[in-house]
Design a protein around this ligand. Sequence first.
Ligand code: SAM
Ligand code: SF4
Length: 349
Amino acid sequence: MTLTDLGVPALRISRPAPTAGPLIDTFGRIATDLRVSLTDRCNLRCTYCMPAEGLDWLPGSQLLSAAELSRLLRIGITRLGITNVRFTGGEPLVSRNLEEIIAAAAALRPRPQIAMTTNGIGLAARAAGLKQAGLDRVNVSLDTVDATHFAQITRRDRLDDVLAGLAGAAAAGLAPVKVNAVLDPRTGLDDVVPLLRFCLEHEYQLRIIEQMPLDAGHEWSRDRAIGADAVLDTLRRYFDLRPDPAPRGSAPAALWRVDGSAATVGIIASVSEAFCGACDRTRLTADGQIRNCLFSTAETDLRGLLRGGAGDDEIETAWRQAMWAKAAGHGINDPSFVQPSRPMSAIGG
Ligand code: SAM
Ligand code: SF4
């Protein structure tokens, strides 16, 4: 795949990282969307993410405290032009500091848009409080509405909790409620039609994500993964799908209008049709490492700087340099591709 295929300008800027202005990389992309992983722990064991036995969790002493994270959020928002923050994990709802951290982000000016990606377990009871703390929107991960398939994929029998979480999010006004689905190669094409019907009925916006090589077991295989084309072919047998005319911007999902209505389904073709040229993300792991890409093999240690007494200027510079070094694309389709050692749950999806 060439840089042009990825939508990345072939000419690189050759000078040192800027010391002011937005978080730019050498290809001219500007990061305004910060993904913050709050924990690497989770109460599910999705096959495409975690092994059945879980992982060696990060020790508590390595995790950023609420105060440390709040400081980094302030630097990102007030100095680096971050406008959107999404909390993720691991499972962000298992993080004890969640409401406190959301409130700290919401108190910053300019106030960022605040979203969360969650598996939805426990969300029913906390949605109203999270909204009150300042959460604007949620994406709830749900790959199937079939209870047996759900238990096979997540290795836990918790479908009803997730459905209750979705309903709680909608009732609390965390709108639009989006559903993230990563399709299982064995059942996914059967699951996707009832899943879309369910989402249309409840006015949730379904986003179907191609499975990426970020599983802890390194078992992803291109031949087994379900591609965007197969999903579209399946859905088209049951629904009339037309491309959404609204400009896509930096959104990863290509949107399709369903059955002539305003309802949409999104397809995120991260592997088969990479959108790296429009990437506006910067990532912070639960242990305080900046990653300039899901697939980067290098990290910048902001926790070390924080704990070593660095001032805001020094932290800002390190963050800028990390983003300046961002590669043109994720490289999944290159013969030399190497899967990052951190799995999705420890990066923050
Ligand atoms: N636990 C939360 C959840 O599941 O929504 C947040 C963390 S999870 C890592 C974030 C998103 O990454 C979820 O939507 C999940 O389906 C997706 N994900 C996990 N592993 C993936 C993989 N190998 N390829 C693509 N998406 C993946
Ligand atoms: Fe947990 Fe989310 Fe990974 Fe599933 S995808 S195991 S819910 S972190």
